[in-house]
Design a binder for this molecule. Structure first.
Ligand code: CIZ
Ligand code: SF4
Length: 302
């Protein structure tokens, strides 16, 4: 592994590349990255960094968002088949039909959506930026896709607006059941439950804090409680433990792993840099359309 890490570092320097890693990636991939973050933060870095070569350790919609925002840069996704099943739940044709039924609504896509879908909507959001963005939207009627769980959580935060939700969800977050949280709470009554809004409502209702990966990380880092139950993809635990070596972190059973986020290995990162694997391309007409909703996201979340 040492040799592989050295090779990655050598190639990175030689090619003046930047390696970005999502919080859900394998610990060793996070450790080799220049920047670790959520999809909002990483999309900002990808757009603003001076490097022209970006190795994006995440899933496809993240690398495509980087390419849409920075067409002049080369964006590589080391694991070609790292997709997001939730993004796949909203197909272009279905979404375009759905939108037609609500001509007065503002259409919001979670960034976990395909480029084709981003091209159809008014604005994109991430879980860390959604509330701020919706705050500045005047329309009372909102179409939200593809995540019905994040959508229903946001609807609870904005009771004066009418939310109409697409029927998608994250298969990883959907796996956690309220019973496993109740069980851990019985064992450690003082534990703080930190849940992602992609969780089902019955799970969110048991949480002490609901927020994005960066929100969950900040909550645990900024508070003095000793024990935390982390209800999101378990990759986030790597940074939580690194930043808080004296605190205890628990997971609700062994099921919170996103196989797509774990597809990228160190070997893939090496091959990505060595052989330009796999270059993300977005057809220019489509890119320009999808850019509008991503730029709107950055504008409204300032
Ligand atoms: O926005 C992201 O990066 C995802 C997928 C989750 C989160 O809460 O950060
Ligand atoms: Fe998609 Fe869920 Fe995996 Fe995130 S954790 S990439 S939303 S399937």
């Amino acid at each position: 592994m040492e040799k592989l890490i050295k090779e990655i570092q050598r190639l990175k320097k030689e090619k003046n590349a930047i390696i970005l890693s999502h919080y859900y990636q394998r610990p060793e991939v996070q450790d080799i990255a220049d920047v670790i973050g959520d999809s909002y933060y990483l999309s900002q870095i990808a757009r603003d960094c001076e490097q022209q070569l970006i190795v994006f350790c995440g899933v496809k919609f993240m690398a495509e968002s980087a390419k849409i925002l920075s067409p002049e840069k080369t964006v590589l996704l080391p694991a070609l088949d790292a997709g997001c099943p939730m993004a796949d739940m909203a197909d272009e044709e279905g979404v375009s039909e759905w939108i037609k039924d609500y001509p007065d609504a503002t259409v919001i896509a979670y960034i976990n959506s395909s480029t084709e879908v981003k091209a159809l909507v008014d604005v994109c959001v991430t879980s860390s930026s959604a509330e701020k963005i919706i705050n500045s939207i005047e329309s009372d009627e909102i179409l939200f896709l593809p995540d019905k769980n994040l959508g229903s959580y946001l609807a609870e935060q904005f009771p004066s607006k009418r939310f109409i939700l697409w029927d998608g969800f994250c298969i990883t977050h959907h796996r956690v059941r309220p019973e496993s949280i109740v069980k851990i709470k019985k064992r450690i009554p003082e534990i703080k439950v930190l849940a992602h809004p992609e969780c089902d409502k019955e799970v969110r209702d048991l949480a002490d804090y609901i927020g994005s990966t960066s929100g969950i990380l900040t909550f645990a880092t900024d508070h003095d409680f000793k024990d935390y139950l982390v209800v999101t993809e378990e990759g986030i635990l790597h940074q939580m433990k690194k930043k808080n070596p004296d605190k205890n972190f628990y997971v609700p059973g062994a099921t919170m792993t996103c196989v797509n986020m774990k597809k990228t290995t160190l070997q893939d990162v090496y091959e990505s840099l060595a052989f330009n694997k796999y270059e993300i391309t977005v057809e220019e007409g489509l890119r320009v359309k999808a850019l509008r909703s991503l730029e709107k996201m950055h504008e409204l979340s300032k």
